[in-house]
Design a protein around this ligand. Structure first.
Ligand code: CO8
Length: 258
């Protein structure tokens, strides 16, 4: 299917989604998010996709939600449409690993979209921020919630209250991104990382994703119990038997996602 706001490729077991609204620095509008959700739904049943990368352009991952689309809306418009909720829920329910590869601006909804992915690899030109306060509003897709869990209250509060941007070095120091790489290497690095994940048992990778995400939703005690049960359950998979046999036989495992 052809998309107007995205460029989508599948190769080497990686589903690559490029946000593509260059005229608006990839600002997120309803069409883009619905197209993104549509791609993810198709990826969830596509055996050729074992890991996903969401990226933007060199200048902007996404400079926020589309201010022009939002500017005329009323409370009832937003409330009745439950603006952005449907597609972002699809992203949050997607079970295969998703990497955000961020270059340039990741602001407002762009920063929030990156934080909804499983981890962020940033280029050295990346700039993160929640500048919605400059528009008389605030983050609405996790800028006050996920950012606080990533970087702690003090930085999250400062960023949300002042709208200042965080550069890539500060984002790495603060735990917002897993790694920073030179801008020219960003996509290659993200693809190499995705390829490494794609080699694993998808059953184990999906279990890891579910368990790490559970740590955000529950207490430590419940989370550790959940982890242990999932760990035990993996002993019913063929991939566990294969992975451990391959280790003892000193050969590479052949995972079959069973
Ligand atoms: N929305 C719409 N258009 C945008 C946006 C945006 N967020 N960002 C940039 N653009 C457009 C500009 O209007 C401009 O278009 P045009 O040429 O037609 O005027 C084009 O992109 C290029 O932008 P600039 O000329 O401004 O480029 P600069 O390099 O000078 O500046 C900046 C780049 C600093 C990124 C600047 O564009 C900027 O400040 N953008 C807005 C950033 C922002 O405020 N983001 C937050 C938006 S609100 C939000 O994200 C809410 C999320 C919560 C939603 C929750 C729903 C439930």
């Amino acid at each position: 299917m052809a998309y107007e706001t995205l460029i989508v490729e599948v190769a080497d077991h990686i589903g690559l989604i490029r946000l593509n609204r260059p005229e608006a620095l990839n600002a997120l509008n309803m069409q883009l998010l619905e197209e993104l959700a549509d791609v993810l739904v198709s990826f969830s049943t596509n055996d050729k996709v074992r890991c996903v990368i969401i990226t933007g352009s060199e200048k902007a991952f996404a400079a926020g939600a589309d201010i022009k689309e939002m500017s005329e809306k009323s409370f009832t418009d937003m409330f009745e449409a439950d603006y952005f909720t449907g597609p972002t829920e699809t992203l949050l329910r997607f079970r295969k690993p998703i990497i955000a590869a961020v270059s340039g601006y990741a602001l407002g909804g762009g920063c929030e979209l990156a934080m909804m992915c499983d981890f962020i690899i940033a280029s050295d030109t990346a700039k993160f921020g929640q500048p919605e306060i400059n528009l008389g509003v605030m983050g609405g897709m996790g800028g006050t919630q996920r950012l606080t869990r990533f970087v702690g209250k003090s930085k999250a509060m400062e960023m949300n209250l002042t709208g200042r941007f965080m550069d890539a070095a500060e984002a790495e120091r603060s735990g917002l991104v897993s790694r920073v790489v030179p801008a020219k290497d960003l996509l290659d690095d993200a693809k190499a990382t995705a390829a490494k994940i794609a080699e694993k048992s998808l059953i184990a990778a999906m279990a890891v994703k579910e368990a790490v995400n559970r740590s955000y939703e529950t207490t430590l005690r419940e989370g550790v119990l959940f982890e242990r049960r999932v760990f035990h359950s993996l002993f019913s998979s063929e991939d566990q038997a294969e992975g451990m046999a391959a280790f003892t036989e000193k050969r590479a495992p052949q995972f079959r996602d069973r």
